[in-house]
Design a protein around this ligand. Structure first.
Ligand code: AP5
Length: 297
C-alpha cells in the first residue's frame, strides 16, 4: 500500500502535464482500478492507459481507492531463545499462511557455505555464540525483504531483528510487523532441544532425537548436526539472547504476542495460529472499511 501511495503522490500535478491518475468519475473506471489492484506490476500502466479525463477533485479519491484495494500482505516476526522452536513453528506458519520465511540464521549458513569472506567472518562470530556484525547481516536481510515474492506473499522474519540497532534499520525503511511472536521456553529445555536437534540436508526438515525422531532409517542415517549445537555453545548463545531481547521487545510492545513454547509443537502452533488469524481478520475488516469509505466518497 505504501508503494502505491508514494507512487501516486509522486505524480506531477502541474497544469502543463496530464496527470496519470484516472478520474474515476464513472463506475467503469472505478471497477478497472479495483480489478487491476491485485496485479501490482500492471497497476501503473492500466490506470494510466484507462484514464480518460483529468478531474483534479477526484485525485484524492483515486488515491484512497487504489490504496485500499492494494491489500498489504501479512508481516510476521518470530523471536525466542536459541532452540525455542522458531524454525519448527515457521514451517507450520508458512504452510498455513503462505508467507515467505526469511531466517537470518539460514541466510548466514548459506553465506558460510559459499566460502565467501563474509561467510568466514560470520562463522567466527557464530562459533562464539555472538551476534554477527550488522554490516554483514543487515544488508542480507534487507535484500531478501525487497524480493518480489516477499512483496506479493508477505514475510515471516525468523531471528531478525536481534538487537535494537537491527530493529532500527528496519524502522528506517518503514518496515514493521503486524505481529511480533515471542516464544518463551525454560532454559533447561532449551539445552536439551539444542543437543538433540538434527537436520535433514535433503529436505531441510528439523528433527529432534527425542521429540521429533526421523521417520525411517534412511533419513536417520543422513541427519546432520549444526556446528553451534553443543551445550557449551548454546550457553553463550543464550547469554547473547538475554542481553538483547528486551531492547527489541520494547520497540514492538504494541504488537507483541507471547506464546508458551514449553509445550508440544502442535500446542504451540495452535496458539500462534489464533494470534495470526486474529490479526488477519482485523486486517480484512480494516481493508473492507477503507475500501467502502473510498467508494462512498
Ligand atoms: P539461528 O540459526 O537463528 O539460531 P537460534 O536463534 O539460536 O535458533 P535455533 O535455530 O537454534 O533454534 P529455533 O528457535 O529455530 O529452534 P528449532 O525450531 O530448530 O542463529 C544462529 C546464529 O547465527 C546466532 O547464534 C548468531 O551468531 C547468528 N545470527 C542469527 N541471526 C542473527 C542476527 N539477526 N544478527 C546477528 N547474528 C545473527 O527447534 C530446536 C529443536 O527443538 C529441534 O530439534 C526441534 O525439533 C525441537 N523442538 C521445537 N519445538 C519443540 C517443542 N514444542 N517441543 C519439543 N521439541 C521441540
Amino acid at each position: 500500500m505504501a508503494a502505491s501511495l508514494s507512487y501516486f503522490s509522486g505524480v506531477s500535478l502541474s497544469a502543463t502535464e496530464k496527470p496519470s491518475i484516472p478520474s474515476l468519475s464513472t463506475s467503469h473506471n472505478r471497477r478497472v482500478c479495483f480489478s487491476n489492484s491485485s496485479r501490482n506490476k500492471h497497476k501503473h500502466h492500466d490506470c494510466v492507459s484507462l484514464s480518460s479525463r483529468w478531474k483534479p477533485p477526484c485525485t484524492a479519491r483515486a488515491i484512497k481507492i487504489v490504496a485500499a484495494a492494494q491489500k498489504e500482505p501479512l508481516k510476521v516476526m518470530i523471536a525466542g531463545a536459541p532452540a525455542s522452536g522458531k524454525g519448527t513453528q515457521c514451517e507450520l506458519i508458512k504452510n498455513k499462511f503462505g508467507l515467505v520465511h526469511i531466517s537470518a540464521g539460514d541466510l548466514l549458513r548459506a553465506e558460510i557455505a559459499t566460502g565467501s569472506e563474509n561467510g568466514k567472518k560470520a562463522k567466527e562470530f557464530m562459533e562464539k555464540g555472538m551476534l554477527v556484525p550488522n554490516e554483514i547481516v543487515v544488508m542480507m536481510v534487507k535484500e531478501r525483504l525487497m524480493k518480489p515474492d516477499v512483496e506479493q506473499n508477505g514475510w515471516l522474519l525468523d531471528g531478525y531483528p536481534r538487537s535494537l540497532s537491527q530493529a532500527m534499520a528496519l524502522e528506517n525503511l518503514g518496515i514493521r510487523p503486524d505481529i511480533f511472536i515471542l516464544l518463551e521456553v525454560s532454559d533447561e529445555l532449551l539445552v536439551e532441544r539444542v543437543v538433540g536437534r538434527r537436520l535433514d540436508p535433503v529436505t531441510g526438515k528439523i528433527y529432534h532425537l527425542k521429540y521429533s525422531p526421523p521417520e525411517n532409517e534412511e533419513i536417520a542415517s543422513r541427519l546432520t548436526q549444526r556446528f553451534d549445537d553443543t551445550e557449551e555453545k548454546v550457553k553463550l548463545r543464550l547469554k547473547t539472547h538475554y542481553q538483547n531481547v528486551e531492547s527489541v521487545i520494547s520497540l514492538y510492545e504494541s504488537v507483541l504476542f507471547k506464546v508458551n513454547g514449553d509445550v508440544s509443537k502442535e500446542e504451540v502452533f495452535s496458539e500462534i495460529d489464533k494470534g495470526i488469524s486474529a490479526i488477519l481478520e482485523n486486517k480484512r475488516t480494516v481493508d473492507s472499511a477503507s475500501m467502502a469509505a473510498g467508494v462512498a466518497q
